[in-house]
Design a protein. Structure first.
Length: 260
C-alpha cells in the first residue's frame, strides 16, 4: 500500500509539473511576448528579448521541478555558454527535460526544435515568438543557423535530431559541423546524463523513480577543426568532424555507448 501511494504521489507531482509547464508556456507567449513587443526594436531585438524571457521562465521551472523532488541537477562549465563570441552548442538528448535545463543556462539561444513543437498548442507560440527554428528546413537550415551565428547569436542543436535511445546514443547528423564551418565558429559540446532515466524515448511520463533523477550537465571546452583537417573539402571535413564529436560523447558516456 505504501509503495502504491508513493507511485501515485510521484505521478501526481510529475503531472503537476507538466500542467505548470503548459500553462506557463501559454502565459509567456500570450502575455509576456506582447508586452516585450511594446519596447522599440526590430525583429532580432524582439527575438532576443523573448529568448531572455524563456531563459528566465525555464530557470524558474527547473527550480520548481527540483522543489517537487523530481530532479537534482549538477552543472559544470556552464559559464562557457555566455559572455564569449557566439558559437554552435551541441548536446546529447537523453531526456525531455534537458532542453529546458540547457536553455535555462543560456540567456540567448536560437534553438533548433522538432516540427512537432510547431503543432503543439502549448509550445508553438513560444517557438515562434522566440525565433526558434524547425528542423524540417533541410539545407536552408544550415544557412539560416550560420547567418544567426554571424549576427552574434548562439545556436543550440541536438545532433541526434531526437531523444537518445535508452542507455545509448543515436547517430549524429552533420548539420552542426556544416553550420560551424559555414559560420567559421567554435562548437561547444554539452554532455548530459540522467540517472535513473526519466522522460526518455518511449518512456511514459508518469514512470518516475522513487528518488529524484540526478541530471548532470557538463560543458566541454570549445572545439575547432585542426589546421591539417582544414585542407579537406567541406563535406569530408563535416563528416570527419561529426564522427570525432560523436566519439567524444561515446567516451564521456561510457562503454554502453558504442561508435556508429
Amino acid at each position: 500500500m505504501m509503495r502504491r501511494i508513493a507511485c501515485l504521489s510521484r505521478a501526481f507531482r510529475t503531472g503537476l509539473a507538466f500542467a505548470v509547464f503548459g500553462v506557463g508556456a501559454l502565459l509567456v507567449a500570450g502575455a509576456g511576448f506582447p508586452v516585450l513587443r511594446l519596447w522599440p526594436g526590430g525583429r532580432e531585438t524582439a527575438e532576443r528579448r523573448a529568448q531572455r524571457l524563456v531563459h528566465v521562465s525555464f530557470r524558474v521551472f527547473a527550480a520548481f521541478m527540483t522543489l517537487l523532488g523530481l530532479i537534482r541537477v549538477t552543472r559544470a562549465g556552464v559559464g562557457r555558454l555566455r559572455g564569449r563570441p557566439p558559437a554552435v552548442v551541441v548536446a546529447n538528448h537523453p531526456t525531455l527535460i534537458d532542453v529546458v535545463l540547457l536553455i535555462a543556462a543560456m540567456p540567448q539561444a536560437d534553438c533548433v526544435v522538432k516540427q512537432a513543437v510547431w503543432r503543439n498548442r502549448f509550445l508553438r507560440g513560444v517557438a515562434r515568438g522566440a525565433g526558434y527554428l524547425p528542423n524540417s528546413e533541410g539545407a536552408e537550415l544550415v544557412d539560416t543557423c550560420a547567418a544567426r551565428v554571424r549576427q552574434g547569436r548562439w545556436v543550440l542543436l541536438f545532433p541526434e535530431g531526437t531523444r537518445s535511445p535508452r542507455g545509448g546514443l543515436g547517430a549524429f547528423h552533420r548539420g552542426a559541423a556544416h553550420v560551424a564551418l559555414r559560420a567559421d565558429c567554435e562548437v561547444i559540446p554539452v554532455v548530459i546524463t540522467c540517472d535513473p532515466p526519466i522522460l526518455g524515448k518511449d518512456q511514459p511520463w508518469y514512470r518516475m523513480p522513487a528518488l529524484p533523477a540526478r541530471i548532470s550537465i557538463t560543458v566541454e571546452a570549445p572545439r575547432r577543426p585542426t589546421t591539417a583537417a582544414a585542407a579537406s573539402t567541406a563535406p569530408r571535413l563535416a563528416r570527419d568532424w561529426t564522427a570525432d564529436l560523436r566519439a567524444l560523447y561515446a567516451a564521456r558516456l561510457g562503454d554502453g555507448v558504442g561508435a556508429r
